[in-house]
Design a protein around this ligand. Sequence first.
Ligand code: SF4
Length: 388
Amino acid sequence: METPAAEARNMETPVSAAPPVTARRIAPRSARPVGLYDLTLPELEARLRNWGAAPYRARQIWNWVYVQLAPDYAAMTNLPKDLRATLTAQLPLSTLRPLRELTADAGETVKTLYQTADGQLVETVLMLYPDRATVCVSCQVGCAVGCAFCATGLGGLTRNLTAGEMVSQVIGAARQARERGRALTNLVMMGMGEPFHNYDATMRMIGILHDPAGLNMGARRITISTSGVVPKIDALAEEPYQLNLAVSLHAPNDALRDRLAPINRRYPIRELLAACQRFIGRTGRRISFEYALMKGINDDDATARELADLLRGMLCHVNIIPLNPVDVLPFERPEAAGIERFAATLRQAGIPATVRYSRGLEIDAACGQLRAKSEALAAEADAAPISG
Ligand code: SF4
């Protein structure tokens, strides 16, 4: 079981001096800049060829970006100056700007708020454990799924992130890990958004990160979390990558899941579990079921037994995640004894279960909370009279 350090001291570091942009205007996709992180290695080679540069330079750039984690083109000293100038002018390295960094859990959790080129805000969390360093990546600005207990879903979906905007979050976390003497080892798609509603960009990101000439992140170290988009579970089973799948279940019956995760009305539990069985049959890989435990909602003994009956015989594991409460939502975290009792009931019924406390509870680490708070602060600042 992973527990946050109770006495963790929080630190907030503004990364960029400029205030957050509060406008929620969305630039059309065609108007958004394409950055280097959007490109695969062959695409970068083609770009260089178009510019009249030698394609082998692409591998040098790739090494600077994904192995040495260079922060800008100026650092790439083995490239000709004119090529560096062209790259700077034509292909921004990152299209995300870090605005704010918060640390908690005695420095083991780092949450970063980024701003996109069109002024949207997204969050990324780096979690350091003794045996691994995991980045939790956002794939959308907002989310259309609208889970009842989730801050991100409150405002609906603004837009999908590009592959480059997701890769950028990963590289940012890899740099943060390296600054702390660690290497980034794992990636979970459990930040803001539903990855299966942004499937193509998510797979593109994975292809870029998986490239052995670059970050070389093994697919088995990548976990995609879905609220239950059935057709994409089947699609994922056909991908060449050995990715891990996590399914946010939160309830063992349709009546309760309809309330907590409205996507259940589209893909009810029976269809969802059938897709999970097909995924297991096709890939041979175990599925993780995520279960956000909420006091008085889905945490009683009968519900635990019903969940065990539902999952019995399936190659799976249940991650019980005591809820990170959100100020504006009427859901609470159960007491510690209730959490342990729920887990014990599952285990006694033969279902492997682990209690996983969200990292950085005290730094607004429930998905969307940092962004929501930042936007509220920015709105307050906008409303304040300007003096002088
Ligand atoms: S929990 Fe995930 S899928 Fe549900 S609304 Fe929040 S971000 Fe979307």
